[in-house]
Design a protein around this ligand. Structure first.
Ligand code: GTP
Ligand code: MG
Length: 583
């Protein structure tokens, strides 16, 4: 049965981080299938205390004056941005923006590029207590990795609101026998009674009462299924723009993605280019998952029934999306295209039966395509690190328990772990995966871990459990290399943003615009620019309001990828190039 990830509804960052946390935990109307809602509120409050040593504690003004919307292709807005940039003293070159290959640059960036001022009294990345290279895995880990295991793949389903993501995955889970007939009949009956009959399959994943009433996914649902080659952890993300932070948290765990687009006339266009208040999450999600490390993508062109399975419409969609996805940094060979109808089950696990689709499509089914995803390399022989996605509490795991993905190393019952950012040692008393007890978990596994020796309140989502000798840095100031997306208001020094990294997000201040970079080579185009505008690549310094568990990208990718958001929009994506100060 699916369970919920970011179970507490996490609305977008309209406000400062503290208020967000407050909103976050007031919702308790969902049932708890396998874990009760986590007491993260207490943990978040605790984390404020933990962060006392942050260099500066700027408070975000309610109306952020200098950072705002992105993602719009509206030329009028873009030229306003240029005018504004000119007012602020940007050179014509700065205003030109970079190549349209916005995300490609960041993906291929040279981390050792010549943009960095060397020496000159700048602080260095704090050294870990022991260099990671010195780590020698214990013999039980070497024994474990010899065991044959079916590869595990975390698959996130993304796309614009109402594209049919939950229906698609609910139908697949049903076809695979992961949802009982009894439950399916219940969903059909109850959704019909509530006037939401078309959501019966979506209800397999949309379990929250508010989600069902609104017909909108709000939090990431987690379900499990298998293909001939893979064990798949399915992460069904919300498409609505208000819940992008939840989607980011899910994407941080993902190894691959299915981007669902609605083929209906006007709907595909709204998902790509935006429409009024609610548009554009096809674009935003694709940019975010790629920048969060997802390299393999299936584009499921859904609702093909609504366009009579027209090959012309499918080709148009493929043509329109293809170059954008390439600009996002997806390699040609890593993108598959599959026409489907989630509602009718067309081309999901069996080849098409609809004559109109059969007549022109003879490629793989969606499941065949999922089965051909590669499992990314796992860092099992590195020191243990698990990024906490959620706090859980069950009878078997106890009160102090977390769920998350092992990004490196291995864990077994009895292991000692360092709980960060608090810095306390705990002992692993239980490990579970999909409700089943395990004795050992390896890098790449997502598990629930029950701990003893720590208070539940010291556990926070976005925290890290790590090897006691190899603590994760708890960062108070950092340097990031970013690619600015289609913002309409320039980014200035001193501006407020929300810094998203893995499962953490914090209000943060842009402390310094260090350099404007050539997006391809990483060479400095200009030091200390006055402002940053759309499509530029830059090096900036950031001070989060509260310290965060982060790493330099080149040392530990999963902790080194970031996104900057404000006012419900993604402003920039990038990587951490330097940790300037730590707690
Ligand atoms: P969010 O999670 O809220 O972003 O939505 P979603 O992408 O999960 O969409 P969901 O599965 O909730 O479906 C939205 C609506 O699209 C529902 O009314 C579905 O019945 C409908 N829908 C989904 N797939 C298809 C399809 O293949 N054809 C048609 N005609 N409608 C579909
Ligand atoms: Mg959904």
């Amino acid at each position: 049965m699916p369970r919920k990830f970011n179970r507490s509804i996490n609305y977008d960052d309209e406000d400062d981080g503290y208020d967000d946390y407050d909103d976050y935990y007031d919702d308790d109307d969902e049932e708890a299938p396998s874990s009760v809602k986590a007491p993260v509120k207490a943990a978040a409050v605790k984390s404020k205390d933990v962060a006392k040593t942050v260099e500066a504690q700027p408070k975000k003004p309610k109306a952020s004056a200098n950072l705002s919307n992105v993602g719009s292709s509206n030329h009028k807005e873009a030229s306003n941005a240029k005018l504004k940039a000119a007012e602020l003293g940007a050179s014509p070159k700065e205003m030109e923006g970079a190549e349209p290959q916005v995300l490609e640059g960041i993906m291929h960036m040279t981390l050792e590029g010549d943009y960095r001022e060397r020496g000159k009294g700048r602080e260095q990345t704090p050294a870990l207590q022991k260099p990671i290279e010195a780590f020698i895995p214990e013999s039980w880990i070497l024994e474990e990795i010899k065991q044959e295991r079916k590869p595990l793949l975390h698959l996130i389903v993304i796309g614009h609101v109402d594209a049919g993501k939950s229906t698609l995955m609910g139908h697949i889970l049903h076809l695979l026998g992961r949802v009982s007939q009894k439950e399916m009949h219940k969903n059909e009956r109850e959704s019909k009674q509530k006037g939401k009959g078309s959501f019966a399959y979506a209800w397999v994943l949309d379990e929250g009462s508010e989600e069902r009433a609104r017909g909108v996914t709000m939090t990431v649902a987690v379900a499990h299924f298998e293909t001939p080659k893979l064990r798949v952890v399915l992460l069904d993300a919300p498409g609505h723009r208000d819940f992008v932070p939840n989607m980011i948290s899910g994407a941080a765990q993902a190894d691959a993605a299915v981007l669902v687009v609605d083929a209906s006339l006007g709907a595909f266009e709204a998902g790509l280019d935006g429409e009024g208040q609610s548009g554009g999450q096809t674009r935003e999600h694709a940019q975010l998952v790629r920048s969060l490390g997802v390299e393999q993508l299936i584009v499921a062109v859904n609702k093909m029934d609504a366009v009579n399975y027209s090959q012309k419409r499918y080709d148009f969609i493929k043509g329109s999306l293809h170059s954008f996805l390439r600009q996002c940094g997806f390699k040609e060979a890593a993108i598959s295209w599959i026409p489907v109808c989630a509602m009718e089950g067309e081309n999901l696990i069996a080849p098409p039966s609809a004559p109109a689709l059969k007549s022109w499509y003879s490629g793989p089914t969606l499941m065949e395509s999922v089965d051909s995803f590669e499992q990314p390399l796992r860092n099992t022989l590195k020191p243990f690190r698990l990024i906490v996605a959620e706090l859980v509490k069950t009878r078997s795991l106890g009160q102090a328990a977390v769920s998350g993905k092992l990004e490196s190393g291995a864990l077994r019952i009895g292991s000692k772990v360092l709980v960060m950012p608090i810095g306390e040692i705990a002992t692993v008393k239980a490990i579970e995966q999909d409700g089943h007890p395990l004795t050992v978990a390896l890098a790449g596994d997502s598990v629930d871990v029950g701990l003893t020796g720590v208070e539940p309140a010291v556990l926070i989502s976005g925290g890290v459990l790590c090897h006691p000798d190899y603590p994760v840095p708890v960062v108070t100031k950092l340097e990031i290399r970013v690619l600015i997306l289609g913002i309409t208001v320039p980014i200035l020094r001193g501006g407020q943003v929300v810094l998203h990294a893995h499962h953490a997000r914090e209000s943060a201040k842009v402390a310094e615009l260090v350099a404007l970079l050539d997006s391809k080579s990483g060479a400095v185009v200009r030091k200390k620019p006055r402002c940053l505008t759309a499509n530029q690549s830059a090096l900036i310094e950031i001070i989060p309001e509260r310290s965060m568990c982060l790493e330099v990208y080149s040392q530990f990718k999963a902790l080194g990828r970031i996104a900057l958001r404000d006012g419900g929009k993604t402003l920039a994506v990038g990587i951490i190039t330097r940790i300037i100060s730590c707690q």
